[in-house]
Ligand binder design. Structure first.
Ligand SMILES: *[C@@H]1O[C@H](CO)[C@@H](O)[C@H](O)[C@H]1NC(C)=O
Ligand SMILES: *[C@@H]1O[C@H](CO)[C@@H](O)[C@H](O)[C@H]1NC(C)=O
Length: 502
């Protein structure tokens, strides 16, 4: 009896295994895939859009090769931001040739269901109220910087202090070092910035004869005077310094004991600049002074304003610290002055954690610069550290979120040391007699530059925009002679917005 029960149970188990096995073999037909896509469309994700109206303003030359995909992000506890995360399936469906010359309607044949990506959990409520940030600039440059400041500073509770002038160019023999800014225009800009979520205080220069480097240095005094019981850090930045993730910045700074003096920043990536200007925090990368150091600097304010003859603000600060305190620089690799030129892909595509970038205007292979505020939009959906995060799809494609999609023909990716930075930038200035090669001290380890179009096919971000359910990115590669241009769209969707099942 017992044996018979045993056999029945065994047969039942075998049948069950067989059913599970057969289910495993079963692949949904195209019809059910379409059904799946329709069910997503009902929930705010459109895996197979029939209108591509966002391509219309981009001034593309049709026909183009085209593919697109929705990515639904899922912040997951335990998910890590690695240098490279591998996904075995391909990112895009097969390319299709489309022509939107007279229409925005496209009949896409090769749609894929949304891709679900686990990303590290992130917060949109950053509390940086213990950080004051100082910038010295002109009113025009400040106005131009509002879009980028909004990207990283908005609603972070960090306090921004800006020393403002009209411009630097004074007639010869003038007694003052600058034209003061029109107070009414200053009040307008301050109100506009405050209304949009930046806790800004704009001040006039402390002394009428202050030149640029003195005004920069005086930011320490301005911020020190305005400190409140919460203030722990006084930071100095340029008007084109861009912090990618304020929450990562807050985390990084939390490792320091702010009861002690700290001088935190980054050396230049360029060895020639370091040998010329010194072992100092280069201003564009962002400089962080803990309050005890700021106090020591403020105590020697007059001496440092008068004795130093430099025209650079970050040098004046370095001199003051090294002349009067025992504090030395703590250089953080993730802060970037970006003293490299031409094609900066190697840095942007490095997968490294990056806290700050600078010199993003007017660089790049075509000298048109990188549109960081646009590139960074995706951070709204997946957080600041997800910007420039890398994923490998299938055997040969790497997405660097917000910067590029790259494919590596002939199994190149397999042989590539992906954790090393590709030396895409221009040759650094040689330092005669130095044994330190160009950028090794800062960007190394590096790997040689690949031949674009042969060893690496790169699609750069052309545009990005906020949509009703997330952020869309359009990547572009110009076709070689006789080839079509290629456009790749990714639509990043907040899981909460997508209201997807499961
Ligand atoms: C399913 O789709 C693929 C590619 O879109 C196509 O080649 C194939 O013929 C389709 N199969 C069916 C059963 O419709
Ligand atoms: C921070 O530094 C202060 C002053 O040196 C010291 O008293 C305190 O114990 C330190 N705190 C920690 C957590 O190490």
């Amino acid at each position: 009896m017992l044996i018979r029960h045993g056999i029945t149970a065994f047969v039942a188990l075998l049948s069950l295994s067989l059913i599970i096995f057969l289910l495993h073999l079963y692949k949904p037909s195209n019809a059910s895939a379409t059904g799946l896509i329709e069910s997503f469309a009902a929930k705010g994700v459109h895996p197979c859009p029939d209108q591509l109206e966002w391509l219309k303003p981009l001034d593309l030359t049709y026909p183009i090769r085209y593919a697109q995909r929705d990515i639904v992000v899922k912040p997951t506890s335990g998910a890590k931001r690695l240098s490279l995360t591998k996904v075995s399936a391909p990112l895009f469906p097969n390319f299709q040739t489309i022509d939107l010359t007279d229409t925005s309607k496209a009949q896409l044949r090769n749609c894929k269901e949304p891709l679900f990506l686990d990303i590290p959990q992130f917060t949109k409520d950053v509390d940086a109220s213990h950080i004051s940030i100082g910038i010295s600039t002109t009113i025009k440059r400040l106005e131009d910087s509002i879009p980028s400041l909004l990207r990283w500073l908005k609603n972070t509770h960090a306090k921004l202090y800006v020393i403002i002038i009209e411009n630097d160019k004074m007639p010869e023999g003038a007694k003052e070092a600058f034209h003061p800014a029109d107070p009414k225009r200053v009040a307008d800009v301050q109100k506009r910035m405050r209304d949009s979520g930046i806790d800004v205080t704009i001040v006039q220069p402390l002394a009428k004869h202050d030149y640029f480097s003195q005004r920069y240095f005086s930011l320490v005094r301005v911020m020190y005077k305005h400190r409140d019981p919460k203030t722990k850090w006084l930071a100095l930045a340029d008007d084109d310094t861009f912090f990618l993730s304020m929450s990562s910045l807050v985390d990084t700074l939390s490792a320091f004991n702010t009861s002690q003096p700290h001088y935190v920043g980054a050396l230049s990536e360029d060895w020639w600049s370091v040998t010329r200007y010194g072992l100092m925090a280069f201003g564009g990368a962002g400089i962080f002074l803990s309050l005890p150091l700021a106090e020591a600097i403020d105590a020697k304010y007059d001496d440092c304003q008068e004795r130093s003859k430099t025209s650079a603000g970050d040098i004046r600060l370095r001199e003051c610290i090294y002349w009067h305190t025992q504090t030395k620089l703590t250089s953080l690799r993730a802060l970037h002055q970006v003293d490299i030129d031409q094609d900066l892909s190697g840095l942007y595509e490095s997968g490294q954690p990056i806290l700050s970038l600078h010199h993003w205007k007017g660089r790049g292979p075509d000298g048109k610069g990188y549109r960081l505020p646009t590139m960074h939009l995706v951070a709204d959906v997946c957080g600041g550290t997800c910007f420039l995060q890398r994923w490998q799809f299938g055997k040969d494609m790497v997405l660097t979120n917000g910067f590029s999609v790259a494919t590596y023909p002939k199994d190149h990716l397999k042989r590539m040391e992906v954790d090393k930075m590709e030396e895409t930038w221009g040759e650094p200035t040689a330092v005669e007699g130095s044994f330190n090669r160009g950028t090794d001290h800062s960007l190394g380890p590096t790997r040689p530059k690949l031949k674009l179009g042969e060893e690496k096919i790169q699609y750069l971000l052309l545009d990005s925009a906020v949509t009703e359910s997330g952020v869309r990115q359009t990547y572009f590669r110009s076709g070689a002679e006789g080839e079509l241009d290629t456009v790749l769209d990714l639509h990043w969707v907040d899981r909460a917005q997508a209201v997807v099942p499961g």
